[in-house]
Write a protein that binds this ligand. Structure first.
Ligand SMILES: Cc1cc2nc3c(=O)[nH]c(=O)nc-3n(C[C@H](O)[C@H](O)[C@H](O)COP(=O)(O)O)c2cc1C
Length: 156
């Protein structure tokens, strides 16, 4: 029987820098030391409720646009909210946000939706704001690794 767990990454990556962050998350999630976890990235506009229903944990990534999450991630939540509401309560999740200079509006909006869905944020959101720094890449790789390793260990 296949006992692997699914780590879903729903990330909007419209720029080179956000691609770099997504690559870092996936590199961490695919760390060869972690076995038994299958990471999968799906862009938010392509992700469906079935993808969420199949997930054992989820990482959400977005830009901040006009003080809010990207329209793409909001569209994802709009489509999956009711189909997943009863079935995925407690889903472990974590978020990273790339923002030009703020990120707080996006964090607040995501917090509100995750509270409604009753998903469980297992770590503080990562806000990569201001000039793009190499440390953002490290933090995103660590996020992917931590989520995958925690899922494998059964501690989230
Ligand atoms: C239309 C638009 C609106 C934006 N609004 C915000 C905003 O409200 N707050 C913020 O911190 N950054 C804002 N940004 C900056 C983006 O978050 C940032 O450019 C994006 O995350 C991509 O990062 P990069 O420029 O490093 O590739 C905005 C960018 C665009 C294109």
């Amino acid at each position: 029987m296949d006992k692997s767990k699914n780590l879903l990454v729903i990330a909007h990556a419209p720029s080179e820098n956000t691609h770099t962050l997504l690559d870092a998350v996936m590199r961490g999630a695919n760390n060869p030391d972690v076995e038994g976890v299958v990471p999968l990235h799906i862009p938010p506009l392509l992700a469906t409720a079935e993808d969420v229903l199949a997930a054992d944990a989820i990482i959400l990534g977005t830009t901040e646009n006009l003080g809010y999450m990207s329209g793409a991630l909001k569209d994802f939540f709009d489509r999956i909210y009711y189909p997943c509401l009863e079935l995925k309560q407690g889903l472990p999740c974590a978020t990273y946000i790339r923002a030009g200079n703020d990120g707080t509006g996006t964090r607040r909006a995501i917090d509100t939706i995750l509270t409604g869905l009753r998903w469980r944020q297992v770590q503080e959101p990562i806000i990569c704001k201001g000039d793009f720094l190499p440390s953002f890449i490290d933090r995103c790789e660590e996020l992917g690794l931590t989520m995958a390793a925690s899922l494998e260990a059964g501690i989230i």
